[in-house]
Design a protein around this ligand. Structure first.
Ligand code: AMP
Ligand code: MG
Length: 400
């Protein structure tokens, strides 16, 4: 059986590039940018006022009690005005282009209005309250590089440079497939020997975080029906995310079905807990990648984060960010498995401290709703209280 690190390397070795596509800017949140974005003009594109007030020519200002007669009003969104008589002023609004022959803006709050004139009450510095053309960036300067995850901040930049459509990395088409005769739908009342499907829904919503709309399917534990459906699904999808049916049970038919359909096994079973019976393979001809997770809800959930998420990141050309937290209790792993222990995080003396969550095992999906993520404990590792340990976040916004 292979180790967790070996298994992860093998999975990453099968990442794939699905190419790029153009989508509407308003649909691009959370997607990975696939083009270089340059400034289509200077930013700001003209000298703009940063205050509502009056624009004057500084050289004409000779101290207190001087009256500046208003000769016009410059509104944001209007062409540039010209100050003909340099001892007068033009009222300017925030975002308006600075009038020709003026070089300084005095905010209304530093003036007193008398009839149609302003008297300046505060000291004035030449050039104040002007955001100069190209002081942020010059035309043609690179603003965003490919590989950036598009968030609200990037959407603002893209809109500013006129990208109504934007090139992003294409996402794989994913099928979420649960297996098992004991499973009923969420809107059904289970008989005493049945349970409701939960893995399909948690996988579906994990994929939503990645902007992937998974299609949900279900297979009963019946070998010929499984083969028939899988044959179709392998053709139709880039990725199959399965749960259940890959362990040692009498009704775990998936490995045999994959084999008969030509899905090549890369590995089956990993020295880890939870999630040990994980089966990973690839149909080379159809280019379908198959992640077949053991059905226990915690195993499916953990393996999604351990394997599918880094695989997807690599496929999209982005790094998987790793970080570490302080374990707030001692922990001994007496097994030869890599363990992933559910933890809650809290700030303790300015550091992120992790406490393990008591759980009955990998069937305990209710414990997942308490966890901020999992810490990784190596085989035979003895961790003293306060040691830094690798942390796998399982909440959408990172740590907490
Ligand atoms: P299996 O890997 O098929 O042997 O399933 C292991 C355990 O996980 C069994 O108790 C199943 O009932 C349970 N299980 C399998 N698939 C699901 C699912 N989609 N949702 C909730 N529990 C599941
Ligand atoms: Mg099963």
């Amino acid at each position: 059986m292979i180790t967790f690190d070996e298994a992860l390397q093998k999975v990453l070795g099968h990442s794939q590039n699905y190419g790029d596509e153009f989508i509407e800017l308003t649909k691009s949140h959370g997607r990975i940018l696939a083009e270089t974005i340059v400034a289509d003009r200077d930013f700001p594109p003209f000298d703009r006022s940063t205050k509502d007030g009056i624009a004057i020519r500084f050289d004409a200002f000779n101290g207190q009690n001087q009256r500046f007669k208003v000769s016009g009003i410059a509104q944001a969104g209007s062409p540039q005005l010209v100050l003909d008589d340099t001892v007068s002023c033009i009222e300017v609004m925030t975002g308006a282009i600075i009038p020709k022959n003026t070089d300084t803006v005095v905010m209304y709050e530093h003036t007193t209005k008398e009839d149609e004139a302003f008297i300046i009450n505060e000291p004035v510095k030449k050039g104040q309250n002007i955001h100069y053309q190209a002081s942020d960036v010059h035309q043609e300067e690179v603003l965003l590089h490919p590989g950036v995850k598009i968030t609200a901040a990037e959407i603002g930049v893209l809109a500013t440079v006129g990208k109504a459509t934007v090139s992003v990395k294409k996402l794989p088409k994913v099928a979420v497939i649960s297996t098992g005769n004991e499973l009923v739908d969420v809107d059904k009342t289970p008989l005493p020997f049945q349970i409701r499907k939960s893995n399909s829904y948690s996988l579906f919503s994990l994929l939503e975080n990645e902007k992937i709309e998974g299609d949900i399917h279900h297979l009963l534990d019946e070998p010929s029906a499984i083969k028939q459906r899988l044959e179709q699904l392998v053709k139709e999808y880039d990725v199959l995310l399965l749960s259940g049916g890959v362990s040692k049970g009498k009704y775990d038919f998936l490995p045999e079905a994959f084999d008969s359909l030509g899905v090549e096994k890369v590995f089956h079973k990993v020295l880890q807990r939870p999630g040990k019976p994980f089966w990973f393979g690839k149909h080379e001809q159809q280019k379908t990648t198959v992640f077949s997770f053991p059905g226990n809800p915690v195993s499916t959930f953990v393996n999604y984060h351990l394997y599918f998420k880094p695989w997807l990141n690599k496929t999209l050309g982005i790094d998987t960010t790793h970080f570490a937290v302080f374990l707030d209790e001692p922990y001994t792993n007496s097994t030869d498995l890599t363990l992933f222990i559910g933890v809650t995080l809290k700030l303790k003396e300015g550091k992120l401290a992790a406490n393990t969550i008591p759980t009955t095992g990998s069937g305990d999906l209710l414990a997942l709703a308490k966890a901020n993520g999992f810490v990784k404990v190596l085989p035979k590792e003895e961790i003293p209280k306060g040691k830094l340990v690798p942390f796998i976040p399982t909440r959408n916004n990172g740590a907490v």
